[in-house]
Design a protein around this ligand. Structure first.
Ligand code: SF4
Ligand code: SF4
Ligand code: FES
Length: 247
């Protein structure tokens, strides 16, 4: 680990992937930028400084700057992570930045995670299925504390796409639900308000595009910046599918 707190700032070199798929003249390439490191500099600060002082055309996404919105996922030295919470002091003098794979490239470091997540939610029907009419006057439905906590853990996903980018299967197969999709399926499978039957779940979860397409090496678990318990969530889905008794 390098410390940026010393008197002489490090000179950092950023090797940044550049490509504009909308421009027929554009070719994928790496471009080098240099900056003096500042104390507590994050990649968010560094990239904004590059855009403000060196190249206003550089594309990347940020909104919250505090690991909440999920928009700043990118490959930092080959590993998917959130740029807004990555300190340059934790990185070497030369920093390589690429867009997340799997997702449609908008330009440079910016990708369309929303499109991937939308199609995943539609394909896995990631919402509560119930026949009950909504009654706004009905009392709040109570839930066991442990169950509520388990659902809350899954719901903490910020849809940053880091786990999806790390997943070898998701990189090869656009139909695979991916770690974030499996997490979403588990979230609704646990929810007592969802009235889907075991057979309904079996059809969507117990397939090559569902939990049985997963190789189980857990790269997704290692990179999740929100520390979601993906290992336990995948184990839960496998257990449920292996014990399902179909009518
Ligand atoms: S454990 Fe499964 S979902 Fe996670 S990265 Fe590996 S193949 Fe993908
Ligand atoms: S599970 Fe973690 S890594 Fe995957 S999209 Fe959600 S927050 Fe990001
Ligand atoms: S800018 Fe929102 S998560 Fe990084």
């Amino acid at each position: 680990m390098n410390k940026a707190r010393g008197k002489t700032p490090r000179r950092l070199t950023f090797q940044v992937f550049r490509y504009n798929p909308q421009d027929p003249e554009s070719n994928p390439r790496m471009q080098s930028f240099e900056l003096d490191e500042a104390p507590y500099m994050t990649l968010y600060i560094a990239l904004n400084q590059i855009r403000e002082t060196l190249d206003p055309s550089l594309q990347f996404d940020f909104a919250c700057r505090s690991a909440v919105c999920g928009s700043c996922g990118m490959m930092v030295n080959g590993r998917p992570t959130l740029a807004c919470r990555t300190l340059t002091s934790d990185l070497s003098d030369e920093i390589r930045l690429h867009p997340l794979p799997v997702f449609e490239l908008i330009g440079d470091l910016s990708v369309d995670t929303g499109k991937w997540f939308r199609q995943m939610v539609e394909r896995t029907e990631g919402w509560i299925h119930t026949q009950r009419d909504f009654d706004p006057a009905a009392p709040e439905q109570r839930m066991d504390d442990d169950l509520a906590q388990a659902i809350y853990e899954s719901d903490r996903c910020i849809e940053c796409g880091c786990c999806v980018a790390s997943c070898g299967v998701a990189n090869l197969d656009q139909d695979f639900a991916g770690p974030a999709g499996l997490n979403r399926l588990a979230r609704f499978m646990m929810d007592p308000r969802d009235e889907r039957t075991d057979s309904d779940w079996f059809e969507v979860v117990s397939t090559e595009d569902g939990v049985f397409g997963c190789l189980g090496l857990m790269a997704c678990h290692d990179v999740c910046p929100k520390d979601l318990p993906l290992l336990e969530i995948h184990a839960y889905l496998r257990r449920k599918m292996l014990t399902t008794k179909l009518a």
